[in-house]
Design a binder for this molecule. Structure first.
Ligand SMILES: [Zn+2]
Length: 148
């Protein structure tokens, strides 16, 4: 694996752990608050949203960890939502156009993108260590823009 194919898993040395990507900032609210049905949403860490945040209205269920630039957890669709079927292939890697590097994400995040391509308004670049609008990314090996 080359330097420009780093993944969060490599950074943390926890390849078997879910990789927290996707999600977004308050600037890129990916869904109307009225759709934030707790039955529809789950979190990458399987825990309820941080009570110090705005619960299901928060842009992410956990605050950003300054060590990684990522939120401690991200919203994903619940298992019952994912079970309704995917409308896109399940893809776990995308390229950030600005830096040209690949970021890989965990299974639930990849499945959430496959079920609901516009679920996330912003997503994480492991190299830039920040979130950017999904339109800045394309799926690895394709010219297909993330979120389209
Ligand atoms: Zn980048």
């Amino acid at each position: 694996m080359s330097d420009d194919e780093r993944t969060l898993g490599d950074r943390l040395g926890q390849k078997d752990e879910p990789i927290n990507l996707g999600g977004g900032s308050s600037v890129y609210h990916p869904w109307p608050e009225s759709e934030r049905d707790p039955e529809r949403y789950s979190t990458t860490d399987g825990e309820p949203p941080d009570p110090a945040l705005a619960g299901y209205d928060a842009p992410a269920p956990k605050p950003i960890d300054p060590e990684t630039g990522q939120h401690g957890a991200y919203w994903v669709l619940s298992d019952s939502e994912l079970a309704k079927g995917f409308v896109r292939p399940v893809r776990d890697s995308y390229i950030h156009g600005k830096c040209g590097t690949l970021t890989r994400m965990g299974r639930k995040l990849a499945e959430t993108y496959a079920r609901e391509p516009k679920f996330y308004g912003a997503t994480f670049c492991a190299t830039c260590r920040d979130h950017f609008p999904v339109a800045e990314f394309h799926w690895d090996g394709t010219s297909e823009v993330v979120g389209s």
